[in-house]
Design a protein around this ligand. Structure first.
Ligand SMILES: Cc1cc2nc3c(=O)[nH]c(=O)nc-3n(C[C@H](O)[C@H](O)[C@H](O)COP(=O)(O)O)c2cc1C
Length: 248
């Protein structure tokens, strides 16, 4: 199914950065494919990164505060903060979400992690029993486009920084697949600060090419809930599969 409505979530403080260039090139490629493109340029928006009581318009001013429970209650009551509701509305419309960010400390920049913490609320993005392949985002595809400072070798299985799969897993599995997204393989620009202009252009082309070939790109594999027993471990007759080795 071709992309009808894409959402690009960009987390970079510099509008002139390689990350911003990748996001804009992706937007052009998706538009050329006939998709409508929405943006969440988190730094430009000044998006608040810290989840808490402020996210819930009718939160109790003091006393115990259970964030997940309050998020679920406020989502049902329509009392989530307006910036969260606006992001949820963009997500609800999108059938493809591209996350563009530099790898910071082996993970997402805090502003993007905050977007995840605040926007992917109980009730909206997951619910007890409504997650993984049964999650609310199950009709949407998502893909990471990441830049790193270290070169590809550092992210090889025996590399100094550890296999890139270990870094992708918390985001692709713990956030995206858990909410139900179909996860397309990440595009990684290794050693971005050391790339020549030509290498950057080549990488931008590679990302656009991937977007043009989305329909033919096999999704990453995550075991469906039915593969797990009550102990949350794979049933004895299920052959374990990993999402697959990612290679540059
Ligand atoms: C706070 C911070 C943390 C970083 N952590 C990592 C890291 O864990 N691994 C890595 O390979 N590069 C790391 N880098 C380097 C960035 O990933 C790199 O500079 C960026 O991907 C280049 O893209 P840009 O030119 O668009 O900023 C870090 C940079 C910053 C500022």
């Amino acid at each position: 199914m071709s992309v009808r409505h894409a959402l690009i979530v960009l987390a970079h403080p510099d509008p002139q950065s390689f990350n911003a260039a990748l996001a804009h090139a992706a937007a052009r490629a998706l538009t050329d494919l006939g998709a409508r493109v929405s943006w969440s340029d988190l730094y430009a928006m000044g998006f608040g990164a810290v989840a808490g009581r402020g996210d819930i318009l009718d939160a109790p001013a003091e006393g115990p505060f259970n964030l997940a429970r309050e998020q679920g209650r406020a989502h049902a009551a329509g009392t989530l903060a307006p910036d969260i509701r606006a992001e949820q509305a963009k997500l609800a419309e999108a059938d493809f979400v591209l996350f563009q960010f530099p790898l910071w400390w082996f993970g997402m920049p805090a502003i993007l992690k905050g977007w995840v913490d605040r926007v992917l609320t109980l009730g909206f993005a997951y619910g007890l029993g409504r997650w993984w392949n049964e999650g609310p985002m199950r009709d949407k595809r998502a893909m990471l486009s990441i830049t790193t400072g270290s070169p590809a070798g550092a992210y090889a299985p025996d590399g100094r920084n550890g296999d890139i799969e270990r870094i992708l897993w918390p985001i692709e599995a713990g956030v995206l697949a858990l909410c139900g997204f179909t996860v397309l393989p990440a595009v990684v620009a290794y050693g971005a600060p050391w790339m020549t202009d030509e290498e950057r252009r080549d990488h931008i082309d590679r990302l656009c090419q991937r977007l043009r070939a989305l329909e033919a790109t096999p999704a990453r594999f995550f075991h469906p809930l039915s593969d797990f027993g009550d102990d949350m471990r794979l049933k004895p007759d299920v052959v374990p599969r990993t999402p697959g080795q990612h290679r540059p």
